[in-house]
Design a protein around this ligand. Structure first.
Ligand code: AZC
Length: 841
């Protein structure tokens, strides 16, 4: 690397080479310098936010040095890279994570203390980077952590939204959305004003014929929008590898504004053009598991995909290799169908711009891409109207037609005279209007398609993608069960538990190899260990209780059973089942004599999660939860026996407080609807048990930890279809206990009956699509088993310790290794410099 600096200048450059701080003194020096110069604040007037800013900048300085070295290393090694394309990266806060991954939290803590600050307060200053909706976005963030920690050469590509997921406020029991303008101060990004790509939209296609008689398509006219790169360094844990997350921001391609319009006196409209261009990366669409088909969303997708591919191709071309080697240098993973246009764009680059033959290009494309499906819900499967495509991306539509034609020809050859099959698998749906089916395009253009948990991967093969299994054979379809990073979700969120585990494992090695957790099972009967385990859980609950008091104004007793359901609000996730169950519990308690009541186990039902702004039913669910809370929490008969809390604005940093504090968490989706779920893994890893349906990763969690350690209930995925059919065509009787709950709501006990009527009629009159009534009895019974089990604290702790010890499988490191070997064919890059031995931080 050094040899690449010309000899005459080398000495000067190397002499002044910057190195990050090494110790407390160096850290303090960095912080003070940033306070006084970068922030232009006096050290006599440095508040917590300024201290956070300076501290973050000191760490950023270190990260960028490692980032530079990692990128040089990867370029020199000329190894294959993975590019992870995701419209969402739900990163949360970066400072604590950076300190722990680099192994300098102790240094920072001591340094900050000497400067007059508590590290906890400083960490709290950071605004979450919330560029995602839920599980899909958070998974991408966990993957980045694992890729770097495993020394894998990988980049993430996404959009730099000016507004992340909205901030949720609860006002009078209703959700109110407030924009999340998070970029006021973001020390974690590096603007690369020199890395820009102009992206074309609209226009038309011309064809020219070359001398050889070959025709070439030219996409002409239309308008240009400029993509500017912003790089976010991603530090691995206990390694110097620091990977890159590149986020694109949009602006007008013509510079500040259009001078022609300006000169002709049309200043306002030139500014408007500028703003229109900036709109592309302005806002994250706040829908989870729902496709709305908005034109601006398709623009976002193409903008991001085209900029990323231009970047990837530019990097490949530098090495001057043959195009046929592209898939040996580049793997691209599509996080759901949002980046599917990348398939079309690469084909366009290779055929129209680089002059490759169609078949050669297509071979390269298919060998480059992998596609991960995250849902079977029909309302989430992306489709775009042909008309919109024609208007926005005319050349891409032609290429899609050709891809489809050649694909259908191969199907026709293999399955002659099956016109229905052709119609079923066509990338173009012959509806009114015609639609492009993005998932089908993703399957046809990738060499591997995977689901995210075993049941889910089986379901896609037997339902939505069944025909494609017959066409391509079963090997193209595979499973990679999701995972979570133990760095953020154990070590960072639950430091005391991590430290306690380390005393039993003998080191912090479990953070690199989570299967090492199994060593703690040997200590399951160790009295001192169990005592400390219980103390840590209680301390985490006390912390959450404090947060509940401050944010929701509800006093809860930390020794109660904490029952948590936090995730996006969605009918398929069935928060309505939970709140109906809470009402049933309330009625049961009310019907008891005071003596009987005294024998009951106190419970706190904690909810959290955002509803998509346009999702009326989800908003009703939030309103009902809050309304039940008002009644129950103020009922003197009930006291501590039942509290109902809705935590406002659930996000990653709140999850870090909530997850370690649960006794039981709820993962109760209608069987077959939750592709995997990942918070289920986080809760168990933090010593909480779960109540859940046989759905998604719950099934594999059960297999790993043992069925004695989980509370499963409800109908199975294989029975769902018949039950739904029976609801619609047979007689549909509602569970009698649930009917009582409905009656109570309808009496107005929780306020306006009208507000909640939609939730009731969905179950009673509209076919109960999510099987709330079918599962109600089983749910109530199983909740009673939870109470019973919790009464035996010794047995409960045994279950928790045993479960944690068996959670090794659910590390995102395992998951990423499976992708790396089975789909991407990439290898870790050996790190020469000593990464240093770190004791757990
Ligand atoms: C989510 C799934 O709903 C969830 O079960 C899974 O754990 C997560 O992805 C990560 O794989 N899916 C989505 O958010 N999907 C879409 C299209 O929004």
């Amino acid at each position: 690397v050094e040899a690449s600096i010309p000899e005459p200048q080398r000495e000067a450059w190397l002499k002044h080479q910057v190195n990050g701080f090494k110790d407390k003194d160096g850290f303090e020096e960095n912080v003070v310098r940033h306070v006084e110069t970068t922030l232009a604040r006096s050290m006599f007037n440095c508040d917590e936010h300024a201290a956070y800013s300076a501290c973050a900048l000191a760490f950023r300085d270190r990260l960028i040095l490692e980032w530079n070295r990692t990128q040089q290393r990867q370029t020199f090694a000329d190894s294959k890279r993975l590019y992870y394309l995701s419209l969402e990266f739900l990163m949360g806060r970066a400072l604590d994570n950076a300190m722990l991954n680099i192994g300098q939290k102790d240094v920072a803590k001591a340094g900050l203390a000497e400067l007059g600050f508590r590290i906890e307060d400083i960490i709290e200053q950071e605004h979450d980077a919330a560029l995602g909706n839920g599980g899909l976005g958070r998974l991408a963030a966990c993957f980045l952590d694992s890729l770097a920690s495993l020394n894998l050469p990988a980049w993430g590509y996404g959009l730099r939204y000016r507004y992340g997921i909205f901030k949720q406020e609860i006002i009078d029991g209703y959700q109110v959305e407030v924009p999340d303008y998070w970029l006021d101060f973001n020390p974690w990004e590096f603007p690369r004003h020199d890395v820009t790509v102009d992206i074309q939209f609209y226009g038309h296609v011309n064809r020219t014929q070359g001398e050889s008689g070959k025709t070439t398509a030219h996409w002409e006219g239309g308008e240009m929008v400029r993509a500017v790169a912003f790089d976010v360094p991603i530090p691995g844990y206990a390694t110097t590898t620091t990977n890159n997350l590149r986020l694109w921001s949009s602006k007008a391609a013509s510079g500040e504004f259009d001078f022609q319009k300006f000169n002709s006196g049309d200043y306002e409209s030139s500014v408007a053009d500028q703003q229109r261009a900036e709109t592309i990366s302005a806002v994250l669409y706040p829908n989870d598991n729902l496709d709305r088909g908005k034109e601006l969303r398709l623009k976002q997708q193409y903008f991001w995909v085209a900029a990323s591919l231009y970047d990837i191709v530019r990097r490949f071309k530098k090495a001057k290799r043959a195009w046929s080697e592209f898939p040996e240098q580049v793997a691209i993973q599509l996080n759901d169908t949002h980046p599917t246009l990348a398939i079309v764009e690469l084909q366009r680059i290779l055929v129209d711009l680089e002059g490759l033959e169609w078949d050669d290009a297509w071979n390269i494309v298919v060998n480059t891409f992998g596609y991960t499906n995250h849902t079977v819900l029909p309302e989430a499967l992306e489709k775009w109207s042909v008309g919109l495509f024609q208007h926005l991306l005319p050349r891409h539509l032609q290429i899609i037609y050709d891809i489809n034609l050649f694909f259908l020809q191969t199907v026709e050859r293999a399955f002659p005279n099956d016109r229905e099959l052709l119609a079923r698998v066509s990338i173009i749906e012959e509806s009114q209007p015609k639609m492009v089916r993005m998932a089908f395009l993703a399957i046809v253009g990738s060499h591997k398609v995977n689901g995210v948990a075993e049941l889910h991967s089986d379901l896609i093969k037997t339902t939505i993608f069944k025909d494609f299994v017959s066409i391509f054979g079963p090997d193209k379809f595979t499973n990679v069960t999701n995972g979570i990073t133990p760095r953020r979700w154990l070590h960072q969120a639950n430091p005391r538990l991590s430290d306690l585990i380390a005393t039993k494992v003998g080191s912090y090695d479990f953070l690199k190899d989570l299967t090492k957790l199994n060593k703690i099972e040997l200590s399951v009967n160790d009295k001192q260990f169990r005592k400390e385990w219980a103390e840590i859980k209680l301390a985490n609950k006390v912390r959450l209780a404090k947060h509940i008091q401050e944010s929701a104004g509800v006093t809860v007793n930390p020794t109660s059973l904490f029952d948590v359901q936090v995730k996006r609000i969605h009918e398929y996730k069935r928060q309505q089942l939970n709140i109906f169950g809470v009402i049933h519990r309330y009625l049961t308690l009310k019907a008891m004599s005071p003596e009987e009541r005294k024998k009951q186990l106190p419970r706190v039902s904690i909810f959290g999660g955002k509803a998509a702004p346009g999702y009326w039913m989800a908003k009703q669910i939030i309103h009902l939860i809050n309304s039940v809370g008002v009644v129950v929490n103020n009922d003197a008969d009930i006291g501590d026996l039942l509290k109902v809390v809705f935590l406002e604005d659930y996000n990653v940093s709140k999850a870090e407080i909530i997850t370690p504090a649960s006794d039981i968490s709820e993962h109760i989706s209608t069987a077959g609807t939750e592709a995997s779920g990942t918070s289920n893994m986080k809760f168990v890893l933090n010593g909480g048990l779960i109540i859940g349906t046989c759905d998604g990763a719950n099934i594999e969690i059960t297999r790993e930890i043992g069925e004695n350690n989980i509370f499963l209930f409800g109908n199975l995925a294989e029975d769902v279809e018949d039950l739904r059919h029976a609801h619609t065509y047979g007689s549909h009787t509602i569970d009698p206990d649930l009917a009582k709950v409905f009656a109570t709501i309808e009496q107005g006990v929780f306020g306006s009956t009208q507000d909640f009527s939609g939730m009731i009629t969905a179950v009673r009159d509209h076919g109960d699509f999510y099987l709330v009534s079918d599962d109600f009895h089983s749910y109530i019974e199983t909740q009673a088993l939870v109470d019973e089990a919790y009464r035996d604290q010794e047995e409960w702790i045994t279950k928790c310790i045993t479960s944690v010890s068996r959670m090794g499988f659910f590390s995102s490191d395992r998951c990423i290794n499976e992708y790396a070997e089975g789909i991407w064919n990439i290898e870790p890059l050996h790190v020469e410099r000593d990464a240093g031995v770190r004791k757990g931080e």
